[in-house]
Design a protein. Structure first.
Length: 316
């Protein structure tokens, strides 16, 4: 049965865990949502490191999304997101303050095509159920850009997506050309069969960070959900400047009432690192969760101390 664009708009608006509808008139939707997440954080550190736990602003986003119907087969979509957690008390930032700023088109049959500052398809790669302490997980490199062209298609059973970060050279105020990060291209292909979801990611970049840097990577993932139990596994490979590393991961979770218990294992052959983490999440409210996590790792080269995280996340 063909999805109407109105239905797609409602699904998109409802996909956020919490949001406030600012406008719903003549098919035009404008929604505001936000996240505040704070942690007591002690990462997994080498045994010879002397690092104290810290209170960390893990997430602080304000997001506006809009959908404007053009006709029965076409919507215009746009998004604007501010990353407030990326700034210090003086306002300095080491990351995007405007986290996302994009616009594009959404069709009932052809999917969604967007342009601008946004996350790449590969930002969704990974099956980890950790909050912070999945130490050896797949490291692809940058998965966000300011010059991204992104396409997503999903018909319910089969889904596909691809994105490309152009990152062309620019000129400064004096008219002198300077090189930005090189280009990044990635893609995802997946299918759902009842409770089983299988998918694959591919990622490649050139001259990112420095001229000559090259990364080629892939990750094959499967997740199966039955009742209150969710199981997942993945195998990935990252080749960075001809240095090759395999990453194997397995994770599972069980939900009982308002509590979810998760356990995960990650193996990375770069340092023969074994990493285990466990966490528990309590859903205090549909918009509020509390969680705690422990993480342990051991490698051929490095020895590590136990890491821990306790946090609260509020959606609005």
């Amino acid at each position: 049965m063909k999805k109407t664009l109105i239905a797609l708009s409602v699904l998109a608006a409802g996909s956020a865990n919490a949001s406030v509808n600012l406008l719903d008139q003549d098919g035009v939707l404008v929604d505001l949502s936000g996240t505040a997440e704070v942690q007591l954080y002690q990462g997994i550190q080498s045994k010879d490191a002397d690092v104290d736990p810290t209170v960390r602003l893990d997430d602080g986003d304000i997001t506006l999304n809009t959908t404007v119907p053009v006709n029965n087969n076409l919507n215009v979509v746009a998004g604007l997101s501010f990353d407030l957690a990326a700034t210090d008390k003086s306002g300095a930032t080491g990351d995007f303050f405007v986290d996302e700023l994009y616009a594009g088109f959404q069709g009932a049959d052809f999917g969604t095509l967007t342009f601008g500052r946004q996350y790449l398809i590969s930002d969704d790669a990974g099956i980890g159920k950790d909050y912070e302490l999945g130490l050896g997980q797949l490291g692809l490199g940058p998965t966000q850009g300011s010059e991204v062209i992104k396409y997503v298609y999903d018909n319910g059973q089969f889904y596909f997506g691809t994105s490309y970060d152009i990152n062309a050279s620019e000129e400064n105020a004096a008219g002198t050309a300077y090189a930005k990060n090189g280009g990044i291209w990635d893609a995802r292909l997946g299918a759902r069969f009842g409770g089983l979801d299988v998918r694959g990611y591919y990622y490649t970049s050139e001259d990112v960070g420095a001229v000559g840097n090259e990364v080629d990577a892939y990750n094959i993932e499967a997740e199966y959900v039955f009742g209150a139990v969710a199981l997942a596994a993945s195998f990935g490979n990252v080749d960075e400047n001809n240095a090759d590393s395999d990453v194997i991961e397995a994770a599972g979770s069980y939900t009982m009432g308002k509590n979810t218990f998760a356990l995960g294992y990650v193996y990375a052959d770069a340092d023969e690192t074994n990493n285990v983490y466990a966490n528990v999440t309590h859903q205090l409210h549909s918009n509020v969760k509390l969680y705690g996590e422990l993480g342990w790792a051991d490698g051929d080269i490095n020895e590590y101390d136990l890491g821990y995280v306790a946090g609260i996340e509020v959606l609005f």
